[in-house]
Each structure stands twice: as C-alpha cells, then as structure tokens.
Design a protein around this ligand. Structure first.
Ligand code: NAG
Ligand code: NAG
Ligand code: NAG
Ligand code: NAG
Length: 478
C-alpha cells in the first residue's frame, strides 16, 4: 500500500514539475505574412517547444482548426475595427456563438480569453476606440456569461503600457496611476473586470523604452543589473520590466483593485530594422527574462508567477511599419520557422528551440540587379516600387543589410519583391534592371531569402474548389 502511495505521490510531483516548468509561458501568433506557414506546422512547433498557451489577433477558422484537440490554451481576439460592431449586444452574441461556443466540444479549442481590441487606448490612435472599447468588453463578457462559459472564459482588453504612468516629478512605480485622459474609463473597466474575475492585460516593451529615447539607460532595458537602479520606498528596481509592471500594480491599487490578476500580453525584442534591434540584444533580453519568469519570483510588489505571452512566435513580413521598421522582425522564429538564436524557452538551462518540420521552399532562385543595365535613371523608382510590396526594412540604418553597396541594395529590393511574387519571372524585370540568378547572393550578415510555399487561406481554397466544381459542371453539361 505504501509503495502504491509513494508511486502515486512521485507521479503527481513529476506531473507538477512538468506543469510548473512551462506554467505561464505563452506566445503571440500573428499572421500578417505574405507567405503564411501552414497553421498545423505552427501548432506542431508550439508542441515541440513545450508552449501550451497562445494569443491570437483574431479567431480565423484555419488557425482554430489547427489548435483543436491540442490542449493548447487560447486567447482569441476581436480586432479594433470590429469594436464598434460589438457595441450591439446581439452582434456580440453572434460573435460568441460563431467563434467561441462552436469550438466547445470534446476535441475542440480550449479558449480561455477573448482579447477585446488590441491596445485600443494607444495615445497615437487619438481616442478613435476610446468610446467603443468598454461597451464591447461588457457585451462580449455578458454574452459569454449568458452562454454559460463565464467561469472559464474571460474577456480582457490588451492595453499598451501607455495607459498608466507615474507623474513626471515622481517617476517611481509606487506613484503609478492611469493616464489622466482615460482615468475614469480605466477605473470603470477595471471594476467590470473585477466583477467577472477577469485579468488586466498589458503589453510591456523595454525595447520601445529604448527606441523612443536615446537617453534611456540601456542596462535598464535588460536583466543583468544596472549601476543606477531606481529606488522606490527602499526597493531597488534594476530593470524597466519590473518597474513598469509595478507601476501598473500601483495604478490598479489606486483604482481599488490592487490584487487584480495581470497578464503580460506581449513582451519581446525584435532582431532587425533598427540599431537596437539585432540578434545579440534580443539574445541578451530573452536570456534575462526567461530564467526570471521560470523562477516564479515575480516583481517586488507582486511576488509569484506571472502569466506571459512572448511577442512574437514568427516574423510577419507584411506587418505595418508605421510604428517603426523593426515591426516585421519580432519573431523568435524566422518567417520559415527556423530559430534565430539559441534560446532556453523553459528558462531552466535545458533546451534550444526546435525548428519547424517539413517546410517547403520555392526553388533556389534569386532576383538581382542586372550589372549590364545601361539606363539607371529609373533605378530609384523601381526600388521604391519593390519595397512598397515587399519587406526592405533590413536595408534600414543599423539593420542587417545596411552595409550593402548600391547594386546589392537594388538586388535586395528586387529579390524581396520576386519572392513575394512567388518567383514569377515577370516580377524580376524592373524595366531591364533586374535578372534571375541561381547563385546565392546572400552576404555573411545579410540574408537574401527564398520564400516558403505559403498556404492558401481557407477562403481561397474554397474558391479553388468552387472553380473546379464549376468546370466539372460545365464539362458534364456539354
Ligand atoms: C469570427 O471571427 C472571425 C475571424 O476573426 C471574424 O472575421 C468574424 O467576423 C467573427 N464572426 C462573428 C459572427 O463575429
Ligand atoms: C492622430 O492625430 C495626429 C495629429 O493630429 C495625426 O497625424 C494622426 O494621423 C492621427 N492618427 C489617427 C490614427 O487618427
Ligand atoms: C541602400 O538602401 C537604403 C534604404 O533604402 C538607403 O538608406 C541606403 O542609403 C542605400 N545604400 C546605398 C549605398 O545606396
Ligand atoms: C544562402 O547563403 C546564406 C549565407 O551563406 C545561407 O545562410 C543560406 O542558407 C543560403 N540560402 C540557400 C537557399 O541556400
């Protein structure tokens, strides 16, 4: 009997250890790419890397199908441009029926959260979503509650860390408060979240602290100490992540909910497109934050585990670069599911990242500047055209391809466009300025990529089926 007990006890402890190792760590899966990897391949990458939580930016069907039956916990999302629609309760109910209730079956999708909007209160949106966000949140949570899933599924609003701060004359975490222009709205929202036992979700970006401010003490963005910590009531803050998180804890406390659960919806470091965005700095950041998270130490004001979603899982070459030219390079994996650097995702010194399996590439063909081209007067124009439809951000100042000469610069742009166009020969002409080559024109620092064979979206697959069906109909009616 005691043997049995011991075995059961050992098994349970083992299970607990396995569970606690990955507790909290999730990833963001964005799909703004010209060539999307097969959702099933992406989900397999998550499993292979021990990731059991994912945050999405919509509730797209092919993504949801790939996640079905995996046991991965999912945060689906309602994009900002659909918030106004959700101010209508019957519309919100439809969303819940169509995108939540439908997946609730044995072998379905384990939805835990609904992200209502994405940083809707961002200062640069000039208040465009500030009136529609809270009503949408209420309608979605109420519709979830009405459908009987209120205990399991929580609606939350992923907010940028610019929704709170400390007064400029007293920049310490304990002085944290919600931004004055939305203060009362935030307090109301927090009250509603509390009534539903829902968490506050915040995106914290040490990289952006550095990007926005050349005087920002660089060590403070990382986790290996700083000679000038921020001292607050005897607490020493040595990194901006802790300081920022505790500023939110203080803002919640001031609103009357100092114990509200917090989810870090996004945190990460980009690897290209800016002088501070490179593999070395991303490596330093992740090597600092991952062991910290695995230790479950928490922050000075909130000791204990933190639920975190890394941003992001895979690069997205079609993301808007309005916020900055680093935007397409947040992935811990490249566009093709190859890891960018060794990373101990469990934070316990064991594993490096497992790459995607069975990814198919286009042929080994590149598009390059034609050295025999005579008339170069239209070169600039053609480069601009290529870069409007393809990702040229690695050419930017401080980026991986910034050192190229003028011809290689042109080649980079032409190749990027050629790959986006699935190596269509017509896409490698540029008024005679370009030519196809089978020579790998990459340099040691600058990778001239070959695109992957992307998946059809489910919509285009349906139209292919329809097309084939119509042809069959026509043929048989003759
Ligand atoms: C369900 O989610 C999809 C993908 O995000 C969205 O396009 C669609 O409008 C949603 N359906 C409803 C009924 O709201
Ligand atoms: C916000 O206002 C600024 C300045 O008036 C403007 O340049 C910007 O385009 C506006 N942004 C949005 C999203 O409306
Ligand atoms: C290459 O392109 C980048 C981005 O368009 C530009 O800033 C840089 O000056 C170009 N370099 C040369 C040598 O033409
Ligand atoms: C091209 O060369 C680069 C640098 O040597 C290498 O990393 C890359 O894998 C090569 N690409 C292909 C498709 O062989």
């Amino acid at each position: 009997m005691t043997v049995v007990k011991t075995v059961v006890w050992l098994l349970l402890t083992g299970l607990f250890l396995i569970w606690s190792e990955v507790e909290g760590l999730g990833v963001n899966w964005g799909t703004m790419a010209t060539h999307k990897m097969d959702p099933k391949t992406v989900v397999q990458m998550m499993k292979d890397n021990g990731i059991n939580k994912v945050k999405l930016f919509d509730a797209e069907q092919s993504t949801m199908s790939a996640l079905a039956g995996t046991g991965i916990e999912v945060m689906i999302a309602i994009p900002n441009d659909q918030l106004a629609d959700m101010n209508d309760y019957s519309r919100a109910k439809k969303f819940v029926q169509r995108n939540i209730t439908r997946y609730n079956f044995n072998g379905g999708v384990d939805i835990r959260y609904v992200a209502v909007g994405n940083e809707p209160f961002l200062t640069s949106y000039n208040g465009s979503f500030s009136e529609t966000t809270f009503p949408a949140l209420k309608n979605i949570q109420n519709a979830i509650n009405e459908a009987g899933f209120g205990d399991k599924i929580k609606a939350t609003v992923p907010s940028n860390a610019d929704v709170y701060g400390s007064p400029t004359d007293n920049q310490v975490p304990s002085a944290g408060t919600f931004r004055s222009d939305i203060h009362d709205k935030m307090v109301q929202m927090v009250q509603f979240l509390a009534q539903n036992n829902a968490p506050f979700t915040v995106n914290i970006y040490p990289f952006l602290s550095l990007y926005g401010n050349d005087n920002f003490p660089i060590d403070f963005a990382f986790f290996d100490g700083t000679p000038q910590p921020v001292v607050d009531n005897g607490i020493q803050y040595t990194n901006v992540f802790d300081a920022n998180y505790d500023t939110l804890v203080s803002a919640l406390k001031e609103a009357g909910y100092g114990d509200m659960p917090i989810i870090v919806g996004e945190v990460g470091w980009p690897t290209d497109g800016d002088k501070n965005a490179n593999i070395n700095m991303a490596y330093r950041f992740y090597n600092g934050i991952l062991p910290r998270l695995a230790s479950n130490k928490g922050t000075p004001l909130r000791p204990g585990p933190i639920e975190v979603y890394l941003f992001g899982f895979i690069d997205e070459d079609a993301k808007s670069i309005a916020p900055g030219t680093f935007e397409r390079h947040w992935g811990i994996f490249r566009y093709d599911g190859q890891p960018k650097f060794a990373m101990d995702i469990s934070g316990r010194g064991q594993s490096s990242l497992v790459p995607a399996q069975n990814v198919r590439y286009l042929e080994k063909r590149w598009c390059q500047f034609n050295p025999d081209a005579k008339d170069l007067s239209k070169l600039g124009e053609n480069i601009n055209y290529a870069c409007t439809y393809a990702d040229c951000t690695p050419l930017e100042y401080g980026s991986s391809c910034n050192g190229l000469d003028a011809n290689a610069n042109a080649s980079y742009a032409f190749n990027a466009y050629f790959q986006v166009q699935n190596q269509d020969e017509l896409a490698c002409n540029f008024q005679g300025l370009a030519m196809v080559t089978t020579q790998n024109i990459s340099t040691p620092t600058c990778s001239f990529n070959i695109q992957i064979v992307g998946t059809y979206s489910s919509a285009s697959r349906v139209s292919v089926y329809l097309f084939v069906y119509l042809i069959v109909l026509v043929v048989f009616s003759l």
